[in-house]
Design a protein around this ligand. Structure first.
Ligand SMILES: Nc1nc2c(ncn2[C@@H]2O[C@H](COP(=O)(O)OP(=O)(O)OP(=O)(O)O)[C@@H](O)[C@H]2O)c(=O)[nH]1
Ligand SMILES: [Mg+2]
Length: 474
């Protein structure tokens, strides 16, 4: 049995007519594809600028509360993309309908809601096949997009760095590639007015040839982008290698979008990383140095947030930024403690990471779970969270509560990797002593005829650098 749940009440303003035609026309505006490929992202994604939207989800498994939470997240995503959410509906069925996602009856009901609210776009909470999108569009007569396109759109709006922009373009093209055919068909109808002219072997119409050309050009553009991104990645690898030679432990902050990763990095380093109550505020990994109370220097890298059903195109595109996580000495996994289902967020994040690690054949670094926003959690929930996440650190980036303990845990971790050794430092190497005082624990000092004999506990990387000075190591 399927049932359409309408969450809020709809205010009926049934005036319709032109919106259908308008939106159909706009969807075909792929004409830009044929002229300049530079237009591809521009044309298609300008198109997705959403304004008044109706959300629709198919609830296949899990509790009603989980289904609602997923829709609430879709609403937050839609708002982040700049649209106004008019209505949200969930349909309960065992699996999405193969042809229209909702099934024809429910699609017709959705059409009524669209008309009543005056929406210009429907956003589906899932990834739809190109055919499903087209079929549903035919019924509701406004633009239909899926969660993947929505997230890609947000990333496109937020990307600022050259690398971020290149990665988003790449992801968009990958998403578009299999969707070119449908558009091409309508284009060829538009051009020649002979439906079916590209309908079979030996009957290739101008549309199909064009699609092939477009596909080839998109593939070429993608190859070029991949190459550019590889170049940018090299620059980052070099920087990372430099940091490591300095013996500075790398702490990468990962977590679900809006968990408070950037806020936490700010709270720990006193730097002004962008914080926003929007999903995917951070798209470029940002690195900040900080000194722990015991003098150890560390670097924190703030990363892109994750979301359930992160489009695979984006995982692929952002692989190079995720590598910051891959090469971390410690993952600081930030969780929004005030979220209704923190466990779901945690598993979504771990899933993406483990996929990346598996593909790279790397073993994941140790993880420190940090439950954030405890200022917004009541006592009962707090007890439950403490019971469930016993090894986690509980903090509030907002009030500063727990930040001291977090530093303590990090210091403990960093110091655990230290090695103890006795070095004989000649007088001529004054810089070594300065460095040891700054970045290691000098346990004992003894002056000799030729220099200083020091017993130190230090990061492994520093010990490796001064291997020639070691007289007694362990
Ligand atoms: N109440 C409360 N709000 C917080 C806390 N930490 C962060 N926030 C808020 O949560 C929202 C998201 O914070 P960000 O630091 O931007 O989160 P993020 O994980 O970096 O998000 P993205 O970069 O978008 O993935 C902002 O509105 C913050 O003010 C906290 O400890 N308590
Ligand atoms: Mg952020």
């Amino acid at each position: 049995m399927t049932e359409l749940h309408q969450l809020p009440d709809s205010d009926a303003t049934p005036t319709t007519g032109e919106l259908a035609l308008d939106d159909r026309a706009s969807l075909q505006r792929v004409a830009g594809l044929s002229t300049e490929l530079a237009d591809v992202t521009e044309v298609e994604y300008r198109q997705l600028r959403l304004e008044r939207v109706v959300l629709v989800g198919v609830w296949t498994s899990g509790t009603a509360a989980e289904a609602k939470a997923s829709m609430a997240e879709l609403a937050a995503l839609a708002e982040t993309a700049g649209s106004e959410v008019l209505e949200a509906v969930i349909q309960r069925r065992s699996r999405p309908d193969a042809s229209t996602y909702l099934g024809s009856g429910k699609a017709e009901e959705l059409r009524q809601i669209v008309v009543a609210t005056g929406a210009d776009t429907v956003i589906c909470d899932g990834e739809l096949t190109p055919a499903q999108l087209t079929a549903l569009e035919r019924v509701v007569k406004v633009k239909v997009i899926d969660r993947t396109a929505l997230i890609l759109d947000i990333f496109a709006q937020h990307a600022t760095s050259r690398e971020g922009k290149a990665q988003v373009s790449l992801a968009q093209m990958e998403y578009m590639l299999p969707r070119l055919r449908g558009w091409g068909e309508s284009m060829s109808r538009q051009a020649g007015g002979r439906a079916g002219s590209n309908g079979g072997v030996g009957l290739r119409g101008p549309g199909e040839t064009k699609i092939e050309t477009d596909r080839r050009r998109i593939r070429e553009r993608m190859a070029k982008l991949r190459k550019e991104i590889r170049g940018m990645k090299t620059a980052r690898t070099v920087k990372r290698a430099q940091r490591r030679r300095g013996g500075v432990p790398a702490l990468t902050v990962v977590g679900y979008t809006n968990a408070g990763k950037s806020s936490l990095v700010n709270a720990m380093t006193g730097s002004g990383v962008l914080v926003q109550d929007a999903l995917f505020a951070t798209l470029d990994p940002t690195t900040r140095r900080a000194e722990l109370a015991d003098g150890h220097e560390v670097v924190f890298t703030d990363t892109v947030g994750f979301v359930r059903h992160l489009p695979t195109q984006l995982v692929e595109a952002f692989r190079s930024t995720l590598e910051e996580a891959l090469h971390a000495d410690l993952l600081i996994h930030v969780v929004d403690g005030a979220d209704a289902f923190p466990g779901k967020q945690i598993s979504a994040v771990r899933q993406v990471l483990s996929d990346v690690f598996a593909e790279e054949g790397a073993s994941p670094p140790p993880e420190l779970l940090v439950i954030n926003k405890i200022d917004a959690v009541d006592a009962t929930r707090m007890t439950a969270l403490r019971g469930e996440y016993r090894d986690a650190v509980f903090v509030s980036a907002k009030t500063g509560e727990g930040i001291g303990e977090l530093f303590g845990r990090i210091t403990e971790f960093v110091a655990a990797g230290d090695v103890e050794a006795t070095l004989e430092v000649p007088f001529a190497r004054g810089e070594v002593m300065a460095r040891l005082h700054a970045h290691a624990h000098v346990l004992d000092t003894e002056h000799t005829a030729s220099g200083t004999r020091v017993r130190v506990s230090m990061p492994e990387a520093i010990a490796a650098e001064y291997a020639d000075l070691v007289v007694d190591g362990d």
